[in-house]
Design a protein around this ligand. Structure first.
Ligand code: NOJ
Ligand code: CA
Length: 684
């Protein structure tokens, strides 16, 4: 397909081997495929080819929501049918899809007498790199994706130090110091951008990559279950797709729709109840220590009658929730998340307790009927919060009850959470059992017409196409680490879209305006400028975006808050204007069903000028641009809250020169000109 080439062959031992090229450059050198099965002979050699088929598909489909309103799915597919020469002649199919921006392949175990129920002890798929590429990686941890990224050569990857020093991540299980997570982003010395990930992760463990430092060979490492097995399979069965996205332009990686295309179409027949949205929440105040999730101070804080004694700092109380509802209503924000509304928070963390929370029992100072009615009267929706503290078994038992409760009180979306060690004990966040759990939650919330935002699940693999009610996941290092942890380095948000976001939207929780001063420690701050927080609404794509800061902090900056009020969350079109992982990203998006455009430009710790040609605007039409930029003397460390807002007339010939401070960014809203804008100066 254009420059992307795939080769497949069986070697002298009957082992399946594939390779991928881009133009005349090797991307993946001849690499192994296959499996070892527990209690069984190897399943990677002694094959013969019994047949193959080829097809070409070129179709366009419409996502329920997204970065663009039409997606072209154009690929050539080849299926190879393999049979082992020895008894019982077991069968394996491999399906390859070659796109203009990469290759996906999956294994299929057809129905057959010689292989029915089996356990995969290892997947042998390899990705033999053509050189010692620059890589943007986090450790291959079975339970978390919340690390900061490291940029290094493939030969330098060793996650020991990163894992040991990440004390702000509660659960770390990274037994292989040479393993990294996917999406893995790489850049070759000869200018190729290569991204390896997977698509349609269902009923299978998550794929990590083991790195050979001297040969640059990557090999699949599946996350094990509690007893060390990888996957339990009943044929017929298809594995997730292994994906290799490649281009000589970094912008093509961010624009790729290959992972979405490899997922099944939506299972939701009538998606009219699914609505992208912005929300505020009783949340950042807990993250920054102003209030608590729990009603009592801790789990010892019980009166003799066994009732909780109020700790005095509970955030999810009637008056405070009303304050957020009022703020949302006054600013056209659709949702209000309330965390810490339900019983259980006194002993929620670190005890590996199976039953912690009730998902239908409010604390005494949270009146669900009153607050639901209040929200309704203001045209705002409350967003449910179901933190499970990792006890998936307990959540499964309560799920129907919880969703009936949401239906009864008019909650149309839920944020789930899996902080802590998983129950069933010994399972991992990213193993087959939990992968199935997350999908069951997506399916069941869909049955109840509830939208889902999952925190701490396995990282996404494009399943939002199949379950469009699964609006977003966290599954990465969110903005919240700037509140309680070591923070996110200024380059963090320039790497995330190339890594974590490749599989799907992230609930990153942007929009923090008060950058410093939450704790006495002067070094502890959000590691961006205020203007960059605005730009993140564009560069960190999600159909659900939080305005994460406190109402009182927004009220101090109504002019800058206007951007958050105006910005869309669903798009007809997106233009990735410029991008370099680890350095900068500039994106323009057209709001769905309107002529309005929004631009976000961000940089890392270096200042930069982003040149933005507005050639995507309709020719001959006049627009008004509001530019929210870093002040001339802004700097993420020394002067992060300094910004300037300017308004100009622009058209398709305009070239904006956006000055981004160190750790800074710029956001621009562009709307067709109206009578009120008469006399506005042209941008020069
Ligand atoms: C971690 C989540 O990322 C955060 O958003 C949430 O507030 C806490 N867990 C408590 O559930
Ligand atoms: Ca950089």
């Amino acid at each position: 397909m254009n420059k992307v080439k795939l080769e497949f062959m069986l070697d002298a031992e009957g082992k399946p081997v594939y390779s991928v090229g881009y133009g005349d450059k090797p991307v993946i050198k001849p690499s192994p495929m296959g499996f070892t099965l527990a209690d069984d002979a190897p399943f990677d050699k002694n094959f013969e080819l019994t047949g193959s088929e080829q097809t070409t598909v070129d179709e366009t489909w419409k996502p329920v929501w997204g970065e663009v309103s039409n997606i072209r799915n154009h690929y050539q597919q080849v299926t190879v049918h393999l049979k082992q020469k020895n008894n019982p002649g077991r069968l394996l199919n491999i399906i390859f899809r070659v796109f203009e921006d990469g290759v996906g392949f999956r294994y299929e175990f057809p129905q057959q007498p010689g292989l029915r129920y089996f356990i995969i002890s290892n997947e042998l798929t390899g990705f033999n790199l053509a050189g010692d590429h620059k890589a943007f990686w986090i450790p291959g941890d079975y339970d978390t994706n919340e690390y900061q990224y490291t940029t290094s050569k493939i030969s330098e990857i060793d996650n020991t130090q990163v894992v040991n020093s990440a004390t702000d991540i509660a659960i770390r299980v990274a037994p292989d110091k040479y393993a990294v997570q996917t999406p893995l982003m790489m850049k070759s010395a000869d200018g190729l951008y290569i991204n390896i990930h997977e698509a349609a992760l269902v009923d299978f463990p998550s794929m990590q990559l083991h790195v050979d430092n001297s040969t640059y060979k990557l090999s699949v490492n599946l996350v094990p279950d509690a007893i060390g097995n990888k996957a339990y399979v009943h044929a017929p069965f298809k594995t997730p797709w292994r994906t290799i996205i490649v281009s000589d332009k970094a912008t093509d990686i961010l624009a790729s729709k290959m992972i979405l295309n490899l997922n099944d179409p939506s299972k939701i027949e009538d998606p009219s109840w699914i609505k992208p949205m912005k929300f505020v929440g009783v949340w950042w105040e807990m993250q920054t220590g102003k209030s608590t999730w729990s009603y009592a101070a801790d789990d010892e804080n019980l009166a003799t009658d066994g009732k909780l004694i109020p700790g005095g700092k509970h955030g999810g109380n009637n008056d405070n929730v009303k304050r957020y509802i009022d703020f949302a209503a006054a600013n056209g924000i659709q949702g209000v998340l309330v965390e810490g509304w339900n019983t259980g928070w006194e002993s929620w963390f670190g005890n590996w307790k199976e039953h912690v929370f009730s998902f239908v029992t409010p604390y005494p100072d949270f009146n669900v009927v009153e607050l639901t009615n209040y929200a309704k009267s203001k045209g705002v929706k409350l967003i449910m919060h179901n933190e499970t503290s990792g006890s998936a078994t307990d959540y499964e038992r309560q799920m129907d009850t919880a969703y009936r409760f949401m239906n009864k009180y008019g909650y149309t979306s839920v944020k789930t959470g899996y902080v802590g060690k998983i129950i069933p004990r010994g399972e991992h966040h990213d193993g087959q059992w939990m992968v199935n759990h997350y999908v069951r939650v997506a399916q069941k919330t869909a049955d109840y017409h509830i939208m889902l935002d999952a925190h701490e699940p396995v990282r996404p693999t494009g399943l939002q196409r199949t379950y469009p009610n699964w609006l977003a996941s966290e599954a990465g290092r969110g903005n919240e680490y700037n509140a309680f942890g070591q923070g996110n380095k200024p380059e963090h948000e320039t790497i995330m879209p190339f890594t974590r976001l490749m599989g799907g939207p992230m609930d990153y929780t942007p929009g923090i305006f008060k950058i410093k001063g939450y704790t006495p420690d002067p070094k502890r701050q959000v590691q961006t400028t205020l203007a960059k927080q605005l730009a993140l609404y564009i560069t960190m794509y999600s159909p659900v975006e939080m305005a994460a800061d406190l109402p009182e902090n927004y009220e101090k900056h109504p002019d800058a808050f206007q951007f958050i009020k105006d910005v869309a969350v669903d798009w007809d079109d997106s233009k990735i204007l410029e991008a370099e992982p680890g350095d900068y990203i500039t994106i323009a998006r057209k709001a769905k069903g309107t002529s309005d455009w929004f631009i976000g430009a961000i940089t890392d710790e270096n200042s930069r000028n982003a040149q933005v040609a507005l050639s995507f605007l309709d020719k001959g039409k006049k627009y008004v641009a509001i530019i929210y930029a870093d002040a001339d003397n802004a700097d993420w460390q020394t002067n992060p809250e300094a910004y300037q807002i300017k308004k100009y007339m622009v058209d398709a010939n305009t070239k904006l020169n956006l000055k981004l401070a160190k750790g800074g960014g710029a956001a621009v809203s562009i709307k067709p000109v109206t009578a009120e804008d008469k006399g506005l100066k042209n941008y020069k």
